[in-house]
Design a protein around this ligand. Structure first.
Ligand code: NAP
Length: 303
């Protein structure tokens, strides 16, 4: 079993930034990632609010960040961490059949797509229901699709899909959008994006593939919306249960740690979207990654 100074759990923006800082501080680093290096931003068509990068695709940004961390000597491996325990002055992490050892941990587990929780939602994934417009949008060229949600992800997805699909219905449960005003304005200028506000998707139709949804408005009135694609962009939720013994979680399951990214367990730090915070952006993920890595390096040097 190889031991590392620091194991970083999660290879998104926070984790890879932490890897860059820790490697530059001379620590040995392993980044363990369950799904894909680069994290959530890889499914963002265009990032326009990262300082110094006026317009970059999420996948290009993620590829450059991953390459930067690797070039500095960070080791990267795929693996879903299912267990962690403390043994003396180090931590043992279990991922699949493998065990990894480190003196410090930085947990950058991010967040996963929230589901609508409707009947047959799971069964219709890949049959019309999707959680990623960039990944699956091309399947819906010239078709009718809808996007659910009112945050940046939903607005961005609606704009992205409007270039491909025949028409896009943006379904949001409130009148006001949570996402950026610039996206709301752009949506208003697209002739093929229709708004369905103050209503929710309450049923999915179609067997085996999606053919439409039932929309229910605030007053309880229902209507059918025929469509072939439904893109669910209703935010994220964390997946931190495996680490609950090391770091406190809030009611939503996010790690409770301050801006210093320290947890109640010496040697365990948290960074990025998995941490309870006000603003989840690339900038705040990168900031957390650098803070957590610097704190972890100082902590190791003090041992
Ligand atoms: P979000 O900001 O949390 O928005 C989630 C949206 O889904 C909200 O409008 C919410 O409605 C709605 N919603 C939640 N649960 C729902 C349900 N069960 N049924 C129907 N609607 C539901 O999530 P996000 O858009 O994925 O963004 C997450 C973070 O990433 C944010 O900080 C965002 O700014 C950031 N982000 C940034 C960019 C960028 O370009 N800078 C792009 C993507 C994401 P309510 O509004 O009523 O709560």
């Amino acid at each position: 079993m190889t031991g590392y100074d620091i194991i970083i759990v999660g290879g998104g923006t926070a984790g890879l930034t932490a890897a860059i800082y820790a490697r530059r501080a001379g620590k040995t680093v392993l980044v363990l990632e369950a799904v894909g290096f680069g994290g959530q931003i890889t499914s963002s068509p265009l990032v326009e609010n990262y300082p110094g990068l006026p317009a970059v695709s999420g996948s290009d940004y993620a590829a450059a960040l991953t390459a930067q961390a690797k070039a500095l000597g960070a080791e990267t491996k795929f693996g879903q961490v299912t267990g962690v325990q403390r043994e003396g002055d180090h931590f043992l992490l279990t991922a699949g059949r493998k065990t990894f050892e480190a003196r410090a941990l930085i947990l950058c587990t991010g967040a996963r797509h929230r589901k609508l929780g409707l009947d047959r939602e799971e069964a219709l994934v890949g049959q019309g229901v999707s959680y990623c417009a960039v990944c699956d949008g091309a399947f819906f060229k010239d078709k009718a699709v809808a996007v659910v949600g009112g945050g940046d992800s939903a607005l961005q997805s609606a704009l992205f899909l409007s270039d491909l699909a025949r028409e896009v219905t943006l379904i949001h449960r409130r009148q006001e959008f949570r996402g950026q005003e610039a996206y709301v304005r752009a949506i208003g200028q697209r002739g093929n994006i229709h708004l369905a506000l103050e209503c929710q998707v309450t049923q999915l139709q179609g067997e085996p593939a999606l053919t439409g949804v039932t929309l229910t408005d605030k007053a309880g009135a229902q209507r059918q919306l025929p469509l072939e694609g439904l893109f669910v962009e209703v935010g994220q939720e964390p997946d931190n249960g495996a680490f609950a013994a090391l770091a406190e979680l809030d009611q939503g399951g996010y790690f409770l740690a301050g801006e210093d990214c320290r947890t109640r367990t010496p040697g365990v730090f948290v960074a990025g979207d998995c941490r309870a915070k006000e603003l989840r952006q690339l900038t705040t993920a990168a900031a957390d990654g650098s803070v957590a890595a610097t704190a972890a390096c100082r902590w190791l040097d003090g041992q």
